[in-house]
Design a protein. Structure first.
Length: 309
């Protein structure tokens, strides 16, 4: 049994000084994509645009149901958008601080990282701090820390099908299963996205989190993350708004055997969720802000790992 830290959009948004700006929360994502990609996200129908302005998931549902042929280019541009994020000064964000704390306490082998984010800020900062990461779903080496990205990532690229931009078309009901390759260098990620028609493997940001490319791989990652959470001694949730409808995340948290700690501003929502779904279990508010909650995260995990069975 290990401990698990789950990072969401709120973690990257509140991690510190990031270029070109703070990664947006869901409520601000469409306006950023609209501004940066006028030929795709900025050229959607008025129906879709109105839906996106109400909620990103609602807008994506309109695209999924009515404009399935546009999804591939939209997702390619979304991946390009998320691939740009990096620390202004490497080693300066809260991600780096967590990595250093875990390493200092020799907890690298006892923690699994789960991130719901498409960007690679976490990977950049952990590697700079000297923590080796493994995306493997099997047992990792003793010197590595497992990382799972159940919604996919901008650096997960498909192997086996290749073609220049606009050379491949896919309708909504098309599904392509193929191997997935992870590109560690973010500049190489950007080059790949610019050159290839198929987007990186990223779930659509909507209810059910569907994906058309390498669906089997994503389902396997989601199952691995659920298993890790369910059996964990401790689960720390950072910057994820409690949403019981996201059952692939919150069901396993609700049923986990260990303690659950929360970091983020949605304290009241988490408290209400815990009272309903984990009334007999230990649930703690660790901090309302990622940057000020780093030590509390490490303390919580260390206490849990050292607690008697």
């Amino acid at each position: 049994m290990s401990s698990v830290i789950i990072f969401g959009a709120g973690a990257s948004h509140g991690a510190g000084d990031v270029l070109p700006s703070k990664p947006p929360l869901g409520s601000g994502l469409f306006s950023e994509l609209f501004k940066n990609f006028p030929e795709s996200w900025g050229a959607l129908s008025s129906e879709a645009t109105t839906a996106f302005e109400t909620s990103f998931e609602g807008g994506m549902k309109v695209i999924w149901n009515k404009y399935g042929g546009a999804i591939m280019e939209l997702m390619r541009h979304m991946a390009l958008y998320f691939a740009q994020f990096r620390p202004r000064k490497i080693g300066s964000t809260a991600y780096a601080s967590v990595a250093r704390e875990l390493k200092r306490r020799k907890l690298e082998n006892q923690v699994t990282l789960v991130t719901l984010n498409y960007e690679c800020l976490l990977e950049t900062e952990f590697r700079y701090a000297g923590v080796e990461l493994s995306y493997s779903l099997k047992e990792v080496h003793q010197h590595e820390m497992k990382i799972l990205k159940p919604h996919g990532s901008c650096n997960f690229v498909p192997e086996g099908v290749s073609g220049p931009v606009s050379s491949i078309q896919m309708g909504r009901d098309a599904i392509i299963e193929m191997p997935v390759r992870v590109i560690s260098n973010i500049n190489e990620v950007i080059k790949h996205i610019l050159a290839e028609a198929l987007p990186p493997i990223m779930c659509l940001y909507m209810e059910g989190k569907p994906t058309q490319v390498a669906r089997g791989t994503i389902k396997a990652i989601q199952k691995a993350a659920q298993d890790e959470v369910s059996m964990a001694k401790a689960v720390v949730v950072v910057g994820v708004h409690p949403n019981p409808q996201d059952t692939h995340i919150w069901y396993s948290i609700a049923s986990c055997q260990g303690r659950v700690g929360y970091v983020g501003p949605s304290v009241q929502d988490f408290t209400e969720w815990a009272e309903e779904y984990r009334p007999e279990a230990e649930n703690l508010i660790l901090a309302e802000d990622f940057q000020t909650g780093v030590v509390q995260i490490a303390d919580f995990i260390e206490r849990s790992e050292n607690a008697p069975q």
